[in-house]
Write a protein that binds this ligand. Sequence first.
Ligand SMILES: Nc1nc2c(ncn2[C@@H]2O[C@H](COP(=O)(O)OP(=O)(O)OP(=O)(O)O)[C@@H](O)[C@H]2O)c(=O)[nH]1
Ligand SMILES: [Mg+2]
Length: 403
Amino acid sequence: MAELADLTRTAGADVAGSDVQRRAQVDPAHFIGMGKVDELRELKMEGAFDLVICNDDLSPRQQRNLELELKTRVLDRTEVILEIFAQHARTHEGRLQVEAARLHHLLPRLIGAYAYDRQVGGRRGGVGARGGFGEQQIEVERRRIRKRMRDLEREIEQVRSQRHQQRTGRRRAELATAAIVGYTNAGKSTLLNALTGARVHAEQRLFATLDPTTRRLDLPTGRELLLTDTVGFIQKLPTDLVAAFRATLEEVTEADLIIQVVDLSSASVEEQAKTVEEVLTDLEAADKPRVVALNKVDLLGPAARRRAVGALSARYRGAVAISAADRSGFHALLEAIDKASRGDVVSLEILVPYGREGVLAELRRIGGVEQTDYVEGGTRARGWVPRHAARRFEPYATISGRA
Ligand SMILES: Nc1nc2c(ncn2[C@@H]2O[C@H](COP(=O)(O)OP(=O)(O)OP(=O)(O)O)[C@@H](O)[C@H]2O)c(=O)[nH]1
Ligand SMILES: [Mg+2]
């Protein structure tokens, strides 16, 4: 409920009050029990609120019935998240994805008392004359929405293939890629900024970032890596949104390495870790090499810090405690990223003639150089490269290198 209050404020509404009802089963017609509905109706008549938000998803029928009973708009959690996404989408790609998700959610709800308002809400400021639309008009509206959804689908498909081409381009550059993932507000963008000098907007708000940003990360060894920051995860992430954001989330699916940022200062750190695990599993990215960064340690006193780090280290072996804000723990973090992002590598020994130092620089950039000797005829170097890039060093390979 605290998170729902955060979401509500982020979406631009004030929280007038909150209430929880425990029931063995949800009421199929109203979601909450009739007694609770009566209570709310009275509060509504006293002018205590003009919007109801439910923390669980409502069926179109429950939503409509509640709106009719309470004579006010009723939103569910998914709709609040959709609203935030709509407000925060900046790029063309982001806007397309959000619109697709919204329409997908709206279509079955077009029968709802306030559904028509919802659809034209943007144009009329959200509160308009209610109801009064005949079946025929609704059918016209439905057809219009379906057509728009098909157009969006096509455009999103284009975005996807563009992203795919970009990724292929990056792969040609032979650089390994890492995706920064984590619960919303964990500090992902702050970490990307601190590691790469990027300037992604970071804020004490949920879903500050919707659009992925990729920057080059220079590891201390001289190796380069591509780092992508992307949309945060949340409990009960609406499936409409996950589907619509497929183009964006493929950055995670296709990364070589996952860097998971955990907000150690959050009261619900365990739940958040569990959610992230579920989403990664959905994206088929749970088994990828992973580095876990326990972030915001600067906010904890020594004892709380030890306790929190201890508890999470049990779940995530090798997790690194950091602060993206004051850059503590970065040395260990970069080392862990370096190790975990190597992937399938082969070691090699090459002899690079003097004057061709570019070859060594290349080896350092995409792999690693462990030892160099200056011998007659050039520089002899021992090191490693990703298996798929080994061929380009073959012309310099020395036979004696394998021993
Ligand atoms: N004290 C402290 N605050 C941090 C740290 N890292 C991030 N923050 C703050 O946490 C808030 C959220 O940070 P973001 O980087 O926007 O988080 P995010 O994970 O990108 O969030 P979304 O994009 O909204 O999902 C901001 O106010 C940051 O300044 C940290 O190590 N210590
Ligand atoms: Mg962010």
